[in-house]
Design a protein around this ligand. Sequence first.
Ligand code: SF4
Length: 693
Amino acid sequence: MQQAISPIRTTCPYCGVGCGVLATPLPDGGLAIKGDPDHPANKGRLCVKGAALGETLGLKGRLLDPMIHGKRSGWDQALDLVASRFRETIAAHGPDSVAFYVSGQLLTEDYYVANKLMKGFIGSANIDTNSRLCMASSVAGHKRAFGTDTVPGLYEDLECADTVVLVGSNLAWCHPILYQRLAAAKEERGTRIVVVDPRRTATCDIADLHLTLDAGTDAALFNILLAEIERRGLIDDDVARGLDGMEQALGAARETKAAATGLPQPDLTRFLDIWTESERVVTVYSQGINQSDSGTDKVNAILNCHLATGRIGRPGMGPFSVTGQPNAMGGREVGGLANMLACHLDIENADHRDAVRRFWNAPRMAEKPGLKAVDMFRAVEDGRIKALWIMGTNPAVSMPEAERVARAIKGCDFTVVSDIVADTDTTRLADVLLPATGWAEKDGTVTNSERRISRQRRALPAPGRARDDWRIMADVAGRMGWRDAFAWETPAQIFAEHAALSGIAGTLGSDFDISGYRDASGQDYDLMSPFLWPQSPARRGGRFFGDGRFHTPSGRARMVAVAPAILRPVDLAAPFTLNTGRVRDHWHTMTRTGRAARLSRHIAEPFLEIHPRDAARLQLSPASLAQVENAQGRCILRVLVTDRVAPGHPFAPIHWSGESSSAGRVSALVSELADPISGQPASKSAKVNIRAF
Ligand code: SF4
């Protein structure tokens, strides 16, 4: 009798919900996929993307061999070339002449190795990640308010809140399992749901109130709320004593005009009533807040309201940033951003740098923040960066001004790309291509939006000559002369080193603590169940800040005075504000979800949602083609006439690539304008002109 094969417990590689997956190897080499009933994030559920994971496998289009200038090579030859070119570039031009651009798709162990190599051994902080495009404004807002990049709450807060406000977040399509949990909570206990979004999204199906505010006025809305909180006497004296900056924040709030959001007064009044009358309120926010040139201020305007009322860190209360990628949080934990150090330590703090240097026995520690994504590609363009290593991401499509970024990469002296896919807009530009293992082929950990660390487990053999990202980097580090510091044999050893460093970080005031795993054996790592950090028993229930203690030097949180963004006057050459976002069944640039036919049944091609009044004026009929253009580029999109969007504010999805002149590469239209504090590009919108094609 044939023995049944046990399912392997792993984690979905798409959004930041971080659902547990049971993957059972099939005789044909594929995987049968089910939701893991024991994973706390999803309790057995999967959305359609997760359920279709088994259909995205297979070797078609995979990068299976190292390639040098388009020709197959051996690993030794490719790794020798990468190490020697990086070493020579550093010797000739200094450590800041090289850079890594990595990905929220990397596992924490991969991220740890990349960060250690760049910041501790090469001696530069020029490592940034596509997570910069996703949640950097949340990181900056958290650090300004709390002193650390701490997400205070948990998913279960959405289920025990009386009111959940969703700001710039289409949870139904972008975080479907969290949406299902919220919809079930509404069914069971009548949770009130407010959606704040200029567009009527699928999430509005369960909303009690939809606020169609003018695009970009979110900070004004939360300033108005803060002033109302004060007017209604909801600022508790005890809470106020634990806050810095309150008077300045209130001053800015009082000056914000009620008309600033463009909302009808009855809608605004109802929102103020609902929020102020709900003791248990969670404000969820996502890319609509983060991807803005004032994203950090928007984040702090939200945090201010929770801090002033003490509605934070207790069951059913708090601000909640939900991340787009599966491991954006893990990347933050290992310091995988140009302005961070490992374990939530601060690169601009000499004591922190010194502690990490001693722990790593690092020969050349980065002394200052490195280049953030937009600046990094500018430095590639103007020749300051001469050797670039891109891992697991497709910036020639996904970065703002994508065509300019593609030209910059093409002009770089030496570009390495590690990927699982052979042919992308970015792999075509590489001098050296390194085949990486993908989901289901590698072991490691990821952290979801509520700080829960879960294992990804190998369920399939590595195809061709693909290798794990951490091993590729460790092999290059060894060739650059640092073999002993990168001599791990397993990802379990890397995780244990990361955990040990978190123990040291804790003594320096960091919130990040997984030090209980510092002595974890390979077997402990294999058997690891999903767990929340910090592990400290003092953090009862896994929430932060319910005790009123923060990680600032004073122990008090900081409220930030936020001046609402000044809306720019209409540009006659680009009079429309294009809103960008995701569709339900595709992911990023579709290099994986594009392989599953059923994931294109929902929406098969790029489109432009446009209001009937705009469509009539431009003589665009339904299903015709529109040319959308601005100074950065142009793309062609199928017209979808709908009143889901407001006049002047069309919408287009981000997933499709191809030549911008013939397809829907929306990122070609997005400018490099970025938030000055977080460096996060304002990818959520672009000023464009539209005409019939
Ligand atoms: Fe995967 Fe996100 Fe869907 Fe969960 S909700 S199955 S993590 S894509």
